[in-house]
Design a protein around this ligand. Structure first.
Ligand code: NAD
Length: 352
């Protein structure tokens, strides 16, 4: 018999090609008068162009967002927000930029308006990892959940194919784990399955033609569902491994997710048969872990931790770190089991 708790996340979502034209109106709707705009260094010029639409509500730009939100950057951004008397943050970018907005919100309570331009899904969660002293720790606080999210697929047309494919697999990983994580429930399972379906169908089309606005729209829709599923359903072993590898070895977030996912799913295959069946149905395959592996090969993704220059001698340290304080997981988390999983991911061993 079913037994679950469901908490809806209170975010306002504005979705559609051209939706970013509503940015100023949405900032006004939050009651904000001074918006600090956030971006990564590489996206600074484009983001500044968008920010012009804010007119008098533009308080400044902080463009040093970085992967895994290093604590020293979070601290500097908080000072900048205070110095320009910001009463809201507008984060335009991927999970790194949105994570920086969350870092500011955590200590100041400022509302965040997110304009996601990757498929990380971070905009739909009230969790964020921060790296300090070489370790990534995840914090949970409802203050970090963006209050408004504008999804505009037109802003993703220039997202490079390799980043798109990896980021899309990061989103599929959210869907996959939300199907079997401890916080899963029937509503989240609907979202997770539909999210995985939309992403698995659109990512090959994006790789073929990155300017395909229909496919871009479907992928962003899938990313929204994936982020929602992650935020409400939770995570398990796969996310723990990626947080460990990303936080301690500074591996690229989305690519690490893509490489680890088929192996983590194979680890959980027998312990979560219903989740695997739903994911397989979403992908249109008979076996979820093998289907994910095949999809990633078709997308031309890197398949080996060795491809990310992860040092083979550190596999044991990673297994130790990941099993010291594991997230709840359907299959028992053992050091030997996780080390074997990581060895498979290091070598890119086929998952069949
Ligand atoms: P990212 O934000 O670092 O972006 C990757 C690269 O793509 C960056 O160089 C960025 O400038 C560039 N980019 C982004 N959008 C672009 C566009 N439209 N066109 C061209 N280039 C563009 O990477 P990510 O994978 O989106 O995010 C990773 C971070 O997000 C990690 O720190 C991870 O921990 C965090 N994250 C958090 C959650 C959560 O729920 N808290 C969920 C997923 C990811």
């Amino acid at each position: 018999m079913r037994s679950f708790t469901y908490v809806a996340q209170p975010a306002r979502v504005v979705f559609g090609a051209g939706a970013v034209a509503k940015l100023a109106a949405e900032v006004e709707r939050l009651g904000a008068k001074r918006a600090l705009v956030l971006s990564t260094p590489g996206r600074s010029a484009d983001v500044q162009r968008l920010a012009r639409a804010l007119g008098e509500r533009y308080a400044g730009l902080y463009d040093k967002a970085a992967m895994h939100v290093p604590m020293e950057i979070a601290v500097e951004a908080r000072h900048v927000a205070a110095a320009c008397s910001a009463d809201c943050c507008v984060a335009v970018g991927g999970g790194s930029t949105i994570g920086l907005g969350k870092a500011i919100a955590l200590t100041s309570g400022l509302p965040v308006l997110a304009v996601p331009t990757t498929y990380s899904g971070s905009e739909m969660t009230s969790a964020q990892g921060f790296v300090e002293g070489g370790v990534k720790r995840v914090q949970l606080d409802p203050k970090m959940l963006p209050r408004t999210v504008i999804y505009d697929p037109a802003l993703t047309l220039g997202l490079p194919v390799a980043v798109s494919a990896a980021s899309g697999m990061n989103a599929i990983a959210h869907c996959a784990e939300a199907l079997y994580a401890r916080g899963t429930n029937p509503i989240i399972q609907l979202m997770a399955e539909e999210g995985a379906r939309a992403l698995a169908a659109s990512l090959p089309a994006i790789v073929k033609n990155p300017k395909d606005i229909e496919a871009r729209s479907d992928a962003l829709y899938g990313a929204w569902l994936a982020g929602t599923a992650l935020g409400a359903g939770g995570m398990a072993l796969h996310h723990k491994l990626c947080h460990t590898l990303g936080g301690t070895w500074n591996l690229p977030h989305a690519e690490t997710h893509a490489i680890v996912l088929p192996h983590a799913l194979a680890y959980n295959r027998d312990a979560a048969p219903e989740a695997m069946a739903r994911l397989a149905r979403a992908l249109g395959v008979s076996d979820a872990p093998a289907g994910v592996y095949d999809l990633e090969k078709r997308l031309g993704l890197k398949m080996r931790l060795a491809d990310l220059d992860f040092p083979e001698r550190d596999l044991e340290k990673a297994a130790k770190l990941a099993t010291e304080s594991p997230y709840p997981n359907p299959a028992p988390v053992t050091y030997d089991g996780v080390l074997a999983l990581l060895r498979g991911a290091y070598a890119g061993a086929p998952v069949i």
